[in-house]
Design a protein around this ligand. Structure first.
Ligand code: ATP
Length: 139
């Protein structure tokens, strides 16, 4: 089985979190595959910038999630993915979706609305942890 390592960002700006809308209507968080020689932090920052145009800085490591999925063009090919998530702070709210990857919108969504847009339970847990950090008085 193919093993993929990926990293992404829960990118905050005040009480909002950066999300991307895919062509099929799903809302997702910016992330992507690690390139050779990169640290996970570099992967996460690069993917956030490539997919949304947002420059951010890493505040914390939030944890990893793992899942297996079937390749969309070959049902017999399984991939096992590990995604490492970082809490990040954006420098501004301006963002642009990477259209040639199928993203039609990038938006900072209020923390009260983010969890209902996220599809997978393991990702919800990571985002809930990020929201606790954002809401804590030291931030
Ligand atoms: P990227 O280039 O950002 O890694 P991708 O679209 O190629 O993105 P995924 O977002 O990992 O890859 O999606 C691949 C498949 O896994 C899709 O069918 C998706 O619905 C599913 N998937 C995504 N996140 C999870 C998750 N947390 N748990 C289970 N399945 C997931």
């Amino acid at each position: 089985m193919k093993k993929i390592v990926s990293a992404g960002g829960i990118v905050s700006f005040h009480n909002t979190i950066l999300m991307l809308k895919k062509f099929n209507g799903d809302w997702v968080l910016p992330k992507g595959k690690a390139e050779e020689g990169e640290t996970l932090e570099q992967t996460a920052l690069r993917e956030v910038f490539e997919e949304t145009g947002v420059r951010a800085e890493i505040k914390d490591y939030l944890g990893e999630i793992e899942y297996a999925y079937k390749n969309s063009w070959n049902e017999n090919l399984f991939a096992q993915k590990t995604v490492h998530w970082f809490l990040m702070a954006a420098k501004s709210m301006s963002c642009t979706p990477l259209r040639n990857e199928g993203f039609i919108e990038a938006r900072f969504v209020h923390v009260d609305r983010v969890l209902e847009l996220i599809r997978y339970e393991d990702e919800k847990e990571i985002v809930a942890k990020a929201i606790e950090h954002i809401a804590s008085p030291e931030n």
